[in-house]
Design a protein around this ligand. Structure first.
Ligand SMILES: [Ca+2]
Ligand SMILES: [Ca+2]
Ligand SMILES: [Ca+2]
Ligand SMILES: [Ca+2]
Length: 417
């Protein structure tokens, strides 16, 4: 019986020791990030905090004033950025089941902040503005995920000056629950000299082009089809690259497919022109083509922000524990604004296949559960806990329960039948 105690005791302790000893060090709350590789310029990252980090890993600014930070965009010729923020605290707000959303201008060099626009929104989940795009000093386009709308607001008059509703254009049968998270409209961008606004409908696996004059969806330009996951599977942060920079092309974080993908317009069709993933990339939610041809990727469930060069090599990455939503390289323009299409640059694609038995088992388990369930589990567990840590902690917990049960039984504290 001493042997059983010893075995169970080891099964409690050893997995925990292995987990602690082999875990990557998450230093987001520490003095700095330890980057792998080096780059010039500052990177701003949003998620559960708002962080500005230098290429060498020094944290220049970090705040958690709000409960969540979503899209961030640089402001041309300024040190400040525009951020979509959210506060959840019904008691403090005097309303139940609601959030306060804000478009804020934050200057990380001084810590100054200014709320440009704000709204109280009913609900707590899937209602936060994931994207806000700056049109000019006073006007902003909002991806209104709760209302399934794109709206332009004037921050000087607090009025909506333009809006488009997905209800006017899309089939109720596509996407999520029609009376719930139907579209999950998570990204907007004004493109083609202002002729169109793109709207990323995550739950429809589709990015649509809305004519800003007529309000109609240009069906022939739409990218992706509901439930055709060979094109997109619940994407985020689609960036349009115009003809003058090698497009028209769309670079997209193809989240549930664990890849970053680019499509180029050829003979009136979107054709896949570049794809990148490595064996760590998990539920990426942003990809920006930088002016130097590299791509800045926010790897939400892989817990890192990384930079991929033209040959597909990771030349820089930082670990994060922020449930990172998106990143911007400051002074390179908004999203992919200064970037060129992959086909024009001749970028090398990279994909991975499972090799070891463990990797194949992981893929098999994930395909049974489905990417949405898998990513929800990873998202809900702490940032340091990936599949190996999940398994080791589970073994330790089950063994601890077994040991406690055995001791209770051995001491006669559990009635014998
Ligand atoms: Ca952005
Ligand atoms: Ca934006
Ligand atoms: Ca982007
Ligand atoms: Ca970005």
């Amino acid at each position: 019986m001493r042997l059983l105690r010893l075995v169970l005791g080891c099964l409690v302790v050893v997995p925990l020791v292995v987990t602690v000893a082999t875990n990557p060090v998450f230093v987001a709350d520490g003095p700095g990030y330890s980057p792998d590789g080096s780059v010039s310029g500052q990177t701003v990252v949003t998620g559960t905090a708002f962080v500005v980090v230098d290429g060498d890993g020094t944290v220049e600014y970090r705040e958690t004033v709000r409960d969540g930070y979503w899209d961030v965009d640089p402001i041309p010729d300024s040190d400040a950025v525009v951020v979509s923020t959210v506060t959840r605290s019904p008691d403090r707000l005097g309303c139940s089941n609601c959030v306060v959303q804000r478009i804020e201008r934050i200057d990380p060099t001084t810590g100054d902040r200014e709320v440009l626009y704000s709204e109280v929104t009913p609900g707590e989940r899937n209602v936060e503005w994931h994207d806000v795009d700056r049109v000019n000093e006073t006007r902003y386009v909002i991806a209104d995920i709760a209302q399934h709308e794109v709206e332009t607001v004037d921050t000087t008059t607090d009025t909506t000056v333009w809006e488009w509703s997905a209800y006017t254009a899309l089939s109720p049968g596509a996407g999520g629950q029609f009376d719930g998270d139907w579209t999950h409209l998570n990204d907007v961008e004004i493109v083609r000299d202002g002729q169109y606004v793109t709207a990323s409908l995550r739950n429809h696996d589709r990015v649509v082009f809305v004519n800003r004059t007529s309000g109609r969806v240009n069906e022939s330009l739409s990218l992706g089809t509901d439930d055709d996951h060979s094109i997109l599977d619940e994407q985020h942060n689609a960036d349009y690259i115009p003809e003058e920079r090698g497009g028209p092309a769309m670079i997209v974080a193809d989240s549930n497919n664990d890849r970053v993908v680019e499509f180029r317009r050829e003979d009136g069709e979107w054709v896949e022109s570049w794809v990148w993933q490595d064996d760590r990339l998990k539920w990426p939610r942003d990809a920006d083509r930088l002016p130097n041809g590299h791509t800045l990727v926010t790897d939400t469930n892989g817990n890192r922000v990384l930079q991929v060069d033209r040959r597909g090599r990771v030349v820089w990455s930082i670990e994060t524990n922020l449930d990172a939503y998106e990143a911007e390289r400051l002074s390179t323009g908004d999203e992919s604004a200064g970037g060129t299409a992959a086909a024009e640059l001749g970028l090398d694609s990279r994909t991975v296949e499972p090799e070891t038995p463990l990797e194949r088992a992981q893929v098999a388990v994930e395909s049974v559960l489905g990417p949405r369930v898998v990513n929800s589990i990873i998202w809900l567990t702490p940032a340091w806990m990936r599949l190996p840590e999940f398994v080791t902690v589970l073994v330790s917990l089950v063994s601890a329960l077994g040991l406690v049960g055995y001791e209770l039984f051995a001491r006669g504290l559990v009635p014998r039948r």
